[in-house]
Design a protein around this ligand. Structure first.
Ligand code: GLN
Length: 278
């Protein structure tokens, strides 16, 4: 069958605003159906095999259901690498890329690093690739997430050690010791949920995103407690945070005895990271 770029774009425009529809149709044509960028911008017809035609139908119906394009493609980019993603893991965000870039500037190459709530493994795998002398361990409560993270570790030839663990109940064992703990835990409050887009709300794992209004710092508090016994003296915590809780997280960590506690902003000017030293 011959199918035109404008057919795809107008199908997407029924569900998305024009700019987003244009962006998605470029991804569908060029990245998923193999059309060249030149042919795409010239608006040339694509000749699709019956199999590709079926594939296109399924892609368009998934997108019109507001499934995120990264799940439809099965991949997401993170600091120049391609990670496998599926609805069992959060799609990596640019804020988290910034966190890892910061760590790469500051963390000693041979550190023992622990990533808590690893999801797709994007933080842990990137650190393991960029700091080949580091020993990187990553935890997640979700077996589904760990399967995806393990695939990414394998596909990208990294050497992260993955462990299934619930940080809220875990009791550290004697001698379990890290130089750096990093975490991007769930931090969106139930109230903030109301303002979220359907592609996040209906598709991304709620266990990776939401915390109760009654206790938005629960993960930070618990990780702070664990860090007091699991971090080496002078070891560091790196947190990604809800922009509304910079001061709250920082003062909680000071109360827990951490020093040199700093709030850092993301590229959009929001409080997004808290870094502290044991
Ligand atoms: N930044 C993500 C979002 O707003 C939330 C990530 C998280 O909860 N850790 O969708």
């Amino acid at each position: 069958m011959n199918v035109t770029v404008s057919h795809i774009r107008s199908a997407l425009q029924e569900c998305y605003p024009p700019r987003e529809a244009a962006n998605l149709s470029r991804i569908v044509c060029c990245e998923m159906l193999g059309q060249s960028h030149i042919d795409y911008y010239l608006g040339k017809d694509m000749i699709l095999s019956p199999k590709d035609e079926k594939e296109l139908e399924s892609i368009l119906s998934r997108l019109c259901n507001f499934e995120p394009i990264q799940y439809v493609q099965g991949t997401a980019r993170f600091l120049g690498r391609t990670f496998r993603v599926a609805p069992g893991v959060l799609i990596p965000r640019p804020e988290t890329e910034e966190l890892v870039e910061r760590m790469l500037e500051e963390v000693a190459p041979a550190s023992r690093i622990l990533d808590i709530g690893t999801g797709s493994g994007c933080i842990a795998v990137t650190l393991s690739k960029e700091l080949p002398e580091a020993e990187v361990t990553a935890w997640d409560i979700s077996g589904e997430a760990l399967a995806i993270a393990g695939d990414n570790n394998h596909l990208l030839q990294a050497s992260v050690l993955f462990v299934q663990r619930d940080v809220l109940t875990y009791q550290p064992v004697e001698g379990e010791c890290f130089d750096v703990i990093v975490s991007n835990p769930p931090y969106v409050t139930e109230t903030e949920k109301r303002d979220m887009e359907p592609n996040v709300l209906n598709w991304e794992p709620s266990g990776a995103l939401f915390v109760p209004d009654s206790d938005p710092l629960r993960f930070y508090r618990r990780i702070g407690e664990l860090g007091r016994s699991m971090l080496t003296v002078g070891g560091r915590l790196y947190f990604e945070i809800n922009r509304a809780f910079g001061e709250a997280v920082a003062s909680m960590l000071r109360k827990q005895g951490y020093t040199n506690v700093r709030i850092r902003k993301d590229i959009s000017g929001n409080d997004r990271y808290v870094i502290a030293e044991r």
